[in-house]
Design a protein around this ligand. Structure first.
Ligand code: SF4
Length: 233
């Protein structure tokens, strides 16, 4: 790892990486304008995460399971929480691993992320897990080679290897996220099929505003909508 480049007050949530990859406008609305619309998808995801975050830690044979572990990377400028980090006890012939307070032997960190749906065609779930791996590497000073994502649909775990390509993509998105937030500008909407599943579609109004592509048009449309909802003509 290189020297830290971000201060504590500049850290951004790991979850924002997923928002950015889905849509830069959604990311800016959530993290610059603090807008969050609960929809069925976010509500179900929240439930799954709440269950995951309920418990603390437990030892199952040679695996120590730690839930809701706080994560941070000053190099990436990210902060967040891991659903689960498993620490696998290293066997005698394994050179890696770290020591843990009150535990004998060496342990290999292994992040596990819980997702409501099923594997996606893009790499964003893997990128989010890779963020966690890079945070763990920086915090623990240990290599994190792989992890897993648990998908609610099918209830199965999918293996993720933190390759150089995945690490580069993760760092690239973290840099783009800081660029977006530092610019303090909300990108114009771009209407696409994914808008149908977007939790902010009612606020964003991509079909109304997208053609005009200006911040002024967005504000006018949002203003008009608020007055309509209030019964103001
Ligand atoms: S409705 Fe579409 S353009 Fe607007 S924030 Fe969501 S995904 Fe982006």
């Amino acid at each position: 790892m290189t020297d830290a480049v971000f201060e504590e007050e500049d850290l951004l949530p790991i979850s924002a990486i997923q928002h950015l990859a889905f849509c830069p406008r959604q990311c800016a609305l959530i993290h610059l304008d603090q807008i969050w619309e609960e929809n069925r998808l976010t509500a179900e995801g929240q439930l799954l995460h709440e269950r995951t975050h309920e418990r603390g830690r437990e030892l199952r044979e040679d695996v120590l399971i730690v839930r809701a572990l706080r994560l941070r990377s000053l190099e990436l400028g990210l902060i967040g929480q891991a659903d689960v980090v498993e620490f696998h006890r290293c066997r005698g012939d394994e050179p890696s691993g770290i020591t843990l307070p009150g535990r004998q032997g060496r342990w290999r960190p292994f992040p596990v992320e819980y997702k409501r749906g099923q594997p996606k065609t893009d790499l964003i779930d893997e990128v989010q897990l890779c963020c966690q791996a890079l945070c763990l590497e920086e915090m623990l000073g240990a290599a994190v080679a792989d992890g897993q994502i648990f998908y609610g649909v099918g209830r199965r775990r999918s293996d993720v290897v933190f390759t150089a390509t995945l690490r580069d993509r993760t760092k690239e998105l973290a840099g783009a996220l800081h660029h977006l937030i530092d610019a303090r500008t909300i990108p114009a909407p771009s209407f696409s099929p994914k808008c149908k599943s977007c939790s902010l579609a009612d606020r964003c109004l991509p079909q109304i505003v997208g053609g005009r592509k200006s911040a002024t048009a967005y504000l006018v449309a949002a203003f008009e909508r608020e007055h309509t909802e209030e019964g103001d003509t």
